[in-house]
Design a protein around this ligand. Structure first.
Ligand code: 5AD
Ligand code: SF4
Length: 459
């Protein structure tokens, strides 16, 4: 390969998956991935639009890259012409604005058109040669087309891989840009997903994380021609030789169907960890968010899951300072956290997004109130996370050993509960990497566990 591609990924795991696919679609064109923009011929920013901060970061990165691009165009720096592309959700949402605000950007594309990346790069280069300027914009919504045109995944090398099974969202939570940037809900057919899983298993993948903005709304065409649910899909994927673990993210409480809840108790490959965003513990706020569930129905789902899987680790997303949120509403969120008990969580200050209903709502919450609430909420969640990790000490658990650690003989892996585990494997490290091993947990830090290979691997 002679040409160099640099991709910077912002935001969610769907973008991580998309960036891997972009690299794969460019490989047959002779592009190899490099670690820095300085070393690249094509730079892709695969962006996130979910909160204002994420979107603004893109513009500051473009500013820095413009300097590099201009120096190279003027011949002040080696490397020659550099194509600068903005992909992902900012590209989708603000395509025309980017072109206007950032003339250094040569190409803009969205999450649904990156299979056409090689063509766009050629078009950009041709336009530059002809007009001295290269401006290509491709933000259509041909959802089905994309997957049909992507090469089969090579896997990024490790034993854990992402697999996108569903995209888009029809739920229209009033704070969220996803239905606008990723479009309507679309489920890939089971056959295609199974084929992708088999290819990943063939290159050593042991753990699949099924991805979708609304992954448990999955309803793809099944192997029998009917609609299959996520639970049915997971049962089939659990039969793929080599696939020992299945996770899914991100899910919605409204789509926690009976069969999916049952799968957590019945399906051996289904890991005892669930990321189930609740956003708020106040029914008033949940209604204003158009979430379609209550705090009680959320508690009930968790209770049903834990009845089947008492060790289930639960993660969530929270938004503080949604328009109209009072101290009482916030306290209801804190109470829900105390009641449920989370092993980890993500929490955010409400960020008004252009075009979403909540951005026009009255009673926007002052920034200092949002700050104080976020701090209180994160303190509580952090305590729970620490307690969860400390409670793991002394247990022997199955850890998927994903990659080498910082020290000789150390491997880094994931527990069934999604905890990062640093494992002292000594001389056995080379033999066990990429595998699931029994690990005795020796200590629990807030963000990770430490352990050593257990003597009895059959446990
Ligand atoms: N402001 C703050 N957080 C948001 N999220 C989505 N939209 C916004 C917004 N406008 C959060 C939600 C969602 C997660 C991916 O990002 O908690 O679950
Ligand atoms: Fe956004 Fe709500 Fe859809 Fe999740 S369910 S992607 S938060 S609109």
């Amino acid at each position: 390969m002679t040409k160099k591609l640099y991709i910077k990924t912002y935001g969610c795991q769907m973008n991580v998956y998309d960036s891997e696919r972009m690299a794969e679609v460019m490989a047959p064109e002779g592009y190899a991935l490099v670690e820095t923009p300085e070393a690249a011929d094509v730079v892709v920013l695969n962006t996130c639009h979910i909160r204002e901060k994420a979107a603004e970061k893109v513009y500051s990165d473009i500013g820095r890259l413009k300097v590099l691009r201009d120096e190279r165009l003027r011949g002040e720096r080696a490397g020659g012409d550099l194509v600068l592309a903005v992909g992902g959700c900012v590209g989708q949402a603000e395509g025309a604005e980017i072109m206007q605000r950032a003339p250094a950007v040569d190409m803009v594309f969205g999450p649904q058109t990156y299979h056409r990346l090689p063509k766009m790069v050629i078009a950009a280069r041709d336009a530059r040669a002809l007009h001295g300027k290269a401006r290509v914009i491709d933000t259509e919504f041909p959802a089905e087309e994309k997957f049909d045109h992507l090469p089969s995944p090579r896997g990024s090398g490790g034993p854990a891989a992402f697999l996108t099974i569903q995209e888009g969202c029809d739920k229209f939570c009033t704070f969220c840009v996803v239905p606008y940037t990723r479009g309507a809900e679309f489920s890939r057919p089971v056959e295609k997903i199974v084929a992708e899983a088999e290819k990943l298993a063939a290159v050593g993948v042991v753990e699949l994380t099924l991805l979708g903005q609304n992954v448990n709304a999955y309803h793809g065409v099944g192997l029998d021609g009917g609609d299959w649910s996520l639970a049915r899909l997971m049962a089939r994927l659990g039969e793929v030789p080599g696939i020992a673990r299945i996770r899914y993210t991100t899910s919605h409480p409204r789509d926690m169907g009976d069969d999916l809840i049952a799968a957590h108790g019945e399906l051996a490959a289904c890991m005892p960890y669930l990321h189930l965003p609740v956003q708020s513990g106040s029914d008033r706020v949940l209604a204003a968010m158009n979430r379609g569930h209550t705090a009680e129905s959320y508690r009930d789902i968790i209770a049903r899951l834990r009845a089947l899987r008492p060790d289930l680790a639960v993660s969530s997303d929270f938004i503080v300072g949604f328009p109209g949120e009072t101290d009482d509403d916030f306290e209801a969120t804190m109470q829900l956290i105390r009641d449920v008990g989370f092993s980890q969580a993500y929490s955010f200050k409400y960020s008004p997004r252009p075009g979403t209903p909540a951005s026009d709502m009255a009673d926007q919450v002052p920034e200092e109130v949002k700050d104080a609430r976020l701090q209180a909420l994160q303190t509580l969640l952090f305590e729970q996370q620490k307690a969860f990790n400390v409670a793991s000490v002394g247990q022997v658990m199955a850890v998927l050993l994903e990659r080498v650690g910082r020290f000789e003989g150390q491997l880094i892996g994931r527990s069934p509960y999604m905890q990062a585990v640093n494992v002292d494997c000594g001389a056995a490290a080379a033999d066990v990497i990429g595998r699931i091993a029994m690990v005795e947990i020796l200590s629990g830090e807030p963000h990770s566990l430490k352990g050593r290979l257990a003597t009895d691997q059959a446990a």
